[in-house]
Design a protein around this ligand. Structure first.
Ligand code: ATP
Length: 234
């Protein structure tokens, strides 16, 4: 599967007279893992929806070809069908069972195919949601605060899982997160959105994923938090 390259040029988007994106420019390389951070309401989810072609800019150009899958903070599983039916939803019948079984195995949910979504833990539900994304063999994966609702340990497990899947599949990934540490450990580059534009870009050196406290993490974190206007410590 060839990963997708993305070009955004001068993207504008307003809602009811409120200008959210104001001439945003962004280039994302094929196979790159990009993290997007920014204060609440700066247009991060709006950007993801434009990349997914669920919405269109009022002005400007977006090139984001290829098969795209999206995962959100809430897993959005249908409660009235089993986990495997959720994952296989909309896939052609031919090859579906095998593809679904493979995707569930990839997210360590092989034993939960026949389970009902409401019986899953938060982390398992999020993994099922990831399986639903990866069974579509995407080239571009858009993640909107995917671990935001999980406890700290499950969050770390999910970060490792996404890092592994991204490395194995060569996806281009755009992940919105509020967690600067998560962004720095998983991504090749972190961009800060502010006032509807890219206000700062920080390439993260070294191979991803990086361990907690990797050399340079504290300094990069300080730079990003300062740009976000958040004090880095008490
Ligand atoms: N479909 C829509 N209709 C009306 N307003 C919208 C719509 N989508 C987004 N907005 C508004 O655009 C602004 C940016 O929203 P967006 O969800 O992109 O921000 P965000 O950076 O992802 O925020 P958060 O970090 O809080 O999730 C908000 O003020 C939001 O209310």
């Amino acid at each position: 599967m060839s990963p997708a390259r993305i070009v955004v040029r001068g993207a504008h988007r307003a809602f009811g007279g409120r200008q959210v994106l104001r001439g945003l420019d962004l280039d994302i390389d094929a196979g790159e893992f990009l993290a997007v951070i920014g204060r609440s309401g700066t247009g991060k989810s709006t950007l993801l929806r434009l990349l997914a072609q669920l919405d269109r800019p009022d002005a400007g150009r977006i090139e984001a070809g290829g098969r795209c899958a999206m995962a959100f903070q809430a897993p959005h599983l249908l409660p009235w069908v089993t986990v495997e039916q959720n994952v296989g939803l909309g896939l052609p019948k031919k090859g579906r069972a095998q593809a679904v079984a493979g995707a569930l195995a990839d997210v360590d949910l092989a034993g939960w195919a026949k389970a009902w979504p409401l019986t899953l833990s938060g982390g398992q539900a999020q993994r099922a949601s990831l399986a639903r994304a990866l069974v579509r063999r995407p080239e571009l994966v858009l993640l909107d605060e995917p671990f935001g609702a999980l406890d700290a340990l499950t969050r770390l497990e999910m970060q490792s899982l996404v890092a592994r899947l991204a490395a194995e599949s060569g996806w281009t990934v755009v992940m919105v997160t509020h967690d600067v540490g998560e962004a720095l450990r998983l991504a090749d580059r972190v961009v800060v959105l502010d006032e509807g534009r890219v206000a700062m870009q920080v390439p993260v050196p070294g191979r991803r994923p990086r361990p907690i406290g990797f050399p340079g993490e504290a300094e990069l974190s300080r730079i990003l938090l300062e740009r976000l206007g958040v004090p880095a410590g008490p």
